[in-house]
Design a protein around this ligand. Structure first.
Ligand SMILES: [Zn+2]
Ligand SMILES: [Zn+2]
Length: 207
């Protein structure tokens, strides 16, 4: 008798650090924090990165606050991207991540521990550079690298809290392939976004 063993490789945040930094554009501790939190969520759910959209991520970030870089780490490692439309912000101004496996209606929520994030806030990187308005690309490597190393190497239980897997009934929104040409400006526009003005289908710019 032969057994077919399906061995799933655990997701490893370290394998995504370089591409994450390239995509993100600078070195900071928040993007790696997103990698680590998402790594934990994926491994808890037992899922691989999504090339399609079987995963959906909800990040609790708002706009215009510190450490929103976190979302880029989540995007890079999970494959939940702005382009694919399978990541969303819930605008709570927090760093929790809910990762949903749409195929099985299972989800997990992971959030960075407050103590770990507060410690980072007290470092030179924040106090002497970021809070003084110095852009991340201008921060010397010797200041930021130790923070990146710390986030990447810390045991998960030190820096985050991982929920149990819970049921999440996913409702797939309707996707449309309907697009048309605006009868006023001549640009492509998705049908559902047009309005009928004087018998002509026009885009929002042409109303
Ligand atoms: Zn950043
Ligand atoms: Zn138009």
């Amino acid at each position: 008798m032969t057994y077919k063993l399906k061995i799933r490789k655990m997701v490893n945040a370290k394998e995504w650090l370089e591409i994450g930094q390239k995509f993100h554009g600078h070195k900071c501790p928040a993007m790696p924090n997103g990698l680590r939190v998402a790594e934990a969520a994926m491994n808890k759910l037992g899922v691989e990165r999504t090339g399609d959209s079987f995963l959906h991520a909800i990040v609790e970030l708002g706009e215009n606050h510190c450490a929103t870089c976190f979302a880029d780490g989540v995007q890079v490692i999970t494959g939940c991207t702005f382009g694919k439309g399978n990541i969303e912000r819930s605008h709570k101004g927090k760093w929790g991540l809910t990762l949903i496996d749409k195929r099985t209606n299972r989800a997990v929520r992971v959030y960075p521990k407050a103590e770990a994030m507060m410690q980072t806030k007290k470092t030179t990187f924040f106090k002497d550079y970021r809070e003084k308005g110095i852009p991340p690309t201008q921060v010397p490597d010797e200041v930021v690298q130790p923070l990146v190393d710390k986030v990447m190497n810390a045991p998960a239980e030190m820096i985050m809290t991982i929920s149990e897997v819970f049921k999440y009934n996913w409702n797939e929104p309707k996707h449309t392939f309907n697009s048309t040409v605006c009868e006023h400006c001549g640009e492509m526009v998705v049908e559902e976004y047009t309005e009928l003005i004087n018998g002509k289908k026009v885009c929002k710019d042409c109303i």
